[in-house]
Design a protein around this ligand. Sequence first.
Ligand code: FES
Ligand code: FES
Length: 195
Amino acid sequence: MSDFPTSGVATPPPPATHASPLYPLRLTINGEAYTLEVESTVSLLDLLRDRLQLTGTKKGCDHGQCGACTVLVDGRRINSCLTLAVMQQGADITTVEGLANGDALHPLQQAFIAKDALQCGYCTPGQLCSAQGLINEGQACTRDQVRELMSGNICRCGAYPQITDAVMTVLEEAQGPPDAPEPSPAHWTPGTVPA
Ligand code: FES
Ligand code: FES
């Protein structure tokens, strides 16, 4: 006789016999100290969203492809879906909830509003944290560099020009006036080919 069930009803999985071990974890998140115990397999993203209810950080792909889950760890931007929470022992983490200073929005948040840099807003928390990480890195000066270095943050609404505008606004304020003005475009007459 066959051992396989003959009905169409799925057999429930056997009850787990071993609970996963918990590991102590100390983190500072948005300036607040946390003492936690987590399984070794919990991602930082799931810890933030599911255990600490910091749901501002978004889960898009859960595979490091979209940037929606970007947070700052010790000032550096990372995809929180790609790191295990226990790997961040002692880290200082900033999520989108920690950007504003009380009721005063972060300059990037103000710029995103002023430049209309969002539509549905799902990518926005990751864009904001990534932009702050970009500014911290000090590698971007131009629009092209901002576009390149923010290319890991996907916006399905296609708000890229406005996002770049917003980031450039804050970047230029952070960097101060440029040493040398950018060369102005050559004068040319419409309908002719510039020399
Ligand atoms: S959810 Fe982490 S990169 Fe997409
Ligand atoms: S504003 Fe909708 S995905 Fe970016």
